[in-house]
Design a binder for this molecule. Sequence first.
Ligand code: SAM
Length: 246
Amino acid sequence: MDELKGEWFETWFDTSYYHILYQNRDFTEAERFINNLLGYLDLPKNVNCLDLACGKGRHSVFINKKGFQVTGVDLSSNSIKEAKPFENETLSFDTHDMREVYKENTFDVVFNLFTSFGYFDDYDDNLKVLNSVNKMLVSEGLVVIDFMNADYTLDHLVEKEVKTLDGIDFNITKSYDGKHIFKNIDFTDQGKEFHFQEKVQAIKKEEFETLLEKTGFEIQNIYGDFSLAPFNKKESDRLIIIAKKK
Ligand SMILES: C[S@@+](CC[C@H](N)C(=O)[O-])C[C@H]1O[C@@H](n2cnc3c(N)ncnc32)[C@H](O)[C@@H]1O
């Protein structure tokens, strides 16, 4: 069985299989979300944005199209390679680990979108990420975190399913150990068996409030879906937090 060495988030997101499995991500929904967010934020045109854990840059490209300067960074060099062709004078991409500071005191808004948080074994690494975000923001800069609503996700966990994409049957099982949501992904491709595991901390709203308080942020608003409806613990599928650097 093929399993790559390294932390799960260093290897899985960098494989072609990750992009095959998630190829049907809804771009229209992502664009609608960004439109709603930008409408709410009402940013002046010269602001500098960071898309932290940008993947192949789908949000970065759209935010840039709306007239803002954007840098997208991600740990996956393969994703950054795919994003690079979209670069222009006001849009750039780079490989970077979100636990570290990329550029100090530079960005007006840092976006962390589509559950790109809570990947690390050490819970304190969450503080490391948010402390880095704080350092990268200018005074009174904003962070936007779009995470799963852990309560809703746990209530609706599909324990077993098979997804067939590009001729590959991805056997997916999900479980919860009281702290993390595990997604095991098993499949065979060209006679080889593969196993990957996603492991995301089920961080709830109250924990985010504590993490953000500890790292020098003041929460401005919390929404529960991409149309920015109010957050509801039981019914919202997303947890979207907008916080300001104190
Ligand atoms: C669920 S994907 C979301 C990607 C992108 N935001 C989107 O919506 O398409 C999570 C991303 O986090 C990136 N990532 C994981 N660990 C990271 C780290 N330590 N530093 C920076 N990026 C990381 C992965 O490579 C992956 O692209």
